[in-house]
Design a protein around this ligand. Structure first.
Ligand SMILES: [Fe+2]
Length: 434
């Protein structure tokens, strides 16, 4: 392994503390620096600080996970997801010490060395080995293997009382459900320098409000807990009603083809940008152990993980007002609570994301680029039970891959916060609410 670079190391030093840290802005001049608030101080004064920052900027970063906890969560991903890939032997990942010996994720004596090897920064040979054996959705950096939705440590984050208090304070909602969302495992060099987008359709929201249909925009909060250093690309203050009104007024004429049924909206770099949003884009450097929480209306983007950075590990964690949403049923004909329960009780992917997009086991684009899918079918080897067929638009069967059921799956334990009886839904069922 190469010597450690100047990149922040996630496994050393406490991630928590009373001190306020600063994230450098992309400009590097400190002008856009974000204060990291203490996510473990739930005093009224600190909750007010967190909410004030969130309301003003559209996002807030809080220290949240101790360094040892981050390490546990990284190892959990390796144990239950990354080392459980079904690829044929020659494609499987082996984590090695400096002297070349293979390290055992279950051996406590290997813990430090194992973490060092899988966090990096990675040498080229190790990175290539990991690219070959990495799960599906490698380019995005967050797979949809069923196991990833129900890791015990991640359920611990979802049920964290301090996080719930922060989320309910800033969302101004006492009764929230947590996302059943995916974990992040993003290799250096992966990801796209994607242009800015909203995870909803601002034109539709504005039209509905103008027509007396109320606010049909997204509710709750979005979040990302980072076990290793990460980034968040965004444009400050774009979540407010004032900005949204201005945005729709200024950009409507440049985007005449947006349909009211569109669920998301992305800016086009080739079109006019009257509010100079591209120039206002900022990159928040998110230290290991932090949680970045952003408003679901905030304009944001993505970027490639720099090749010399550590591997990004973390999990998405968001909250929204409790209760099955009609739009969920309309999209997939399954009640949202029923789907959450099925996912939790049987260890399956949920049917939809919180945004109502379909959860795809493999990237959707594989359906249009069969050679990409074929590369993964080849890695599974002939006759593997994950290889199946699907009926394509033209009515003929084409190759596909499906997830393996989780053998011996036990739903992670839920705390009192994580469980509440849904008597109106069924007498014996428990709702995975948080
Ligand atoms: Fe997004």
């Amino acid at each position: 392994m190469p010597p450690a670079s100047a990149a922040p190391q996630p496994t050393e030093g406490p991630a928590l503390g009373k001190r306020k840290e600063r994230c450098e802005s992309a400009a590097g001049d400190g002008s856009g620096a974000e204060t990291i608030l203490d996510g473990r101080d739930t005093s009224p004064a600190n909750l007010k600080r967190i909410k004030t920052a969130y309301d003003r900027n559209g996002l807030v970063c809080v220290s949240f996970l101790a360094a040892a906890k981050c390490d546990d969560l990284i190892l959990e991903q390796w144990k239950h997801v990354l080392l459980k890939q079904e690829w044929a032997e020659e494609y499987r990942m082996k984590v090695r010490a400096r002297d070349g010996t293979v390290l055992d994720v279950d051996n406590a004596d290997h813990r430090r060395e194992f973490l060092k090897s899988v966090v990096g920064p990675l040498d080229t040979k190790t990175r290539k080995m990991m690219e070959t054996g990495w799960p599906l959705h490698r380019g995005f950096g967050a797979c949809c293997d069923p196991a990833v939705f129900h890791l015990e440590g991640v359920w611990g984050i979802r049920q964290d009382p301090d996080l719930y208090q922060i989320a309910s304070t800033i969302a101004e909602e006492d009764n929230l459900w947590v996302d059943v969302n995916r974990s992040i495992q993003k290799l250096p060099g992966q990801g796209e320098n994607e242009f800015l987008h909203f995870d909803f359709n601002p034109f539709m929201r504005q039209a509905m409000m103008a027509g007396g249909g109320g606010d049909q925009g997204p509710k709750g909060v979005c979040g990302k807990a980072c076990y290793t250093p990460s980034r968040f690309v965004y444009v400050e203050g774009t979540h407010t009603d004032q900005f949204q009104t201005e945005f729709v007024t200024e950009y409507k004429e440049h985007y005449p083809n947006v349909k009211m049924s569109d669920k998301k909206f992305g800016l086009d770099a080739k079109k006019p940008d009257p509010l100079e949003l591209a120039a206002r884009k900022r990159v928040m450097l998110v230290p290991a152990g932090s949680l970045v929480i952003w408003h679901p209306r905030l304009l944001h983007g993505q970027m490639k993980t720099p090749i010399r950075d550590p591997v990004e590990y973390g999990t998405y964690v968001g909250f929204f007002p409790a209760g099955s949403r009609q739009a969920y049923y309309d999209k997939c004909q399954v009640d949202e609570l029923q789907d959450r329960l099925n996912s939790y009780l049987f260890g399956r992917m949920p049917t939809l994301w919180p945004s109502f997009d379909t959860v795809n086991f493999h990237p959707k684009k594989f359906e249009n680029f069969p050679h990409l899918l074929q590369a993964y079918i080849k890695k599974l080897g002939p006759g593997h039970p994950m290889i199946c067929t699907r009926i394509a638009g033209a009515g003929h069967a084409v190759p596909a891959i499906k997830p393996m059921p989780l053998l011996g799956y036990q739903p992670p334990a839920l705390s009192d916060l994580g469980v509440s009886c849904a008597r109106e839904w069924a007498t014996t069922a428990m709702s995975v609410c948080v």
